[in-house]
Design a protein around this ligand. Structure first.
Ligand code: ZN
Length: 199
């Protein structure tokens, strides 16, 4: 499974658990060494990751799994453009590269201007947004979630200009997402069922 698809699986897991559909993995030498999913609205208690707090973001939860000392630079792959918190966490965790699938026109901060010397000295390469099937589903799921939950109206407004908006519209009208949410755990299987709506 590609890192993009694995991150998307974690986003789907987050959605199925009632939280914002965002997932992230960290790679070291091309191998996944840490994973995280958004757990802001996920009621399952955990001793290992942040949950049930506005800070329980996928990327921060993935980065928090990493050892303090490491030899190789890390690569963060996430389904949505990282916010201020997670871009900051990536800098502090010494990530060399961020790859994100879908744009976040509201809270995205992956390309933020360095605000201190540490950030300037360890500039992070950023890749994204992408226009793959995985990226379309990643962006569309966030829009669907914001609408379903009536959350963060200003974010919903901003996402109306997202390239994922038309795909979200199709998922909402033809995707039978409620049913898939209950019965389809595997995101590959989900893609098989609703992939035609992302073309
Ligand atoms: Zn974040």
């Amino acid at each position: 499974m590609s890192p993009d698809r694995r991150a998307l699986q974690l986003a789907w897991d987050a959605y199925r658990a009632g939280s914002v559909p965002i997932g992230a993995v960290v790679l070291e030498d091309g191998r996944i060494v840490a994973e995280g999913q958004n757990r802001i609205f996920d009621p399952r208690p955990s001793e290992d990751v942040l949950w049930s707090t506005l800070l329980a973001h996928a990327e921060t939860n993935a980065l928090a799994q990493l050892p303090v000392v490491h030899a190789r630079p890390y690569r963060l792959v996430t389904t949505l453009e990282p916010c201020l918190l997670c871009t900051g966490a990536a800098h502090i965790a010494r990530v060399a590269e961020i790859r994100y699938l879908a744009a976040d026109p509201y809270g995205g901060a992956a390309t933020m201007t360095p605000v201190n010397l540490a950030m300037e000295h360890a500039a992070i390469r950023v890749e994204g947004p992408l226009d793959t099937m995985d990226a379309r589903l990643a962006g569309a799921l966030v829009i669907v979630y914001l609408e379903e939950q009536s959350l963060w109206p200003r974010a919903r407004e901003a996402f109306a200009s997202s390239p994922a908006e038309p795909y979200a519209r199709r998922l909402l009208t033809k995707g039978r997402l409620g049913e898939h949410r209950r019965t389809t755990g595997d995101v590959g299987e989900l893609m098989g069922a609703i992939g035609h709506l992302l073309r």
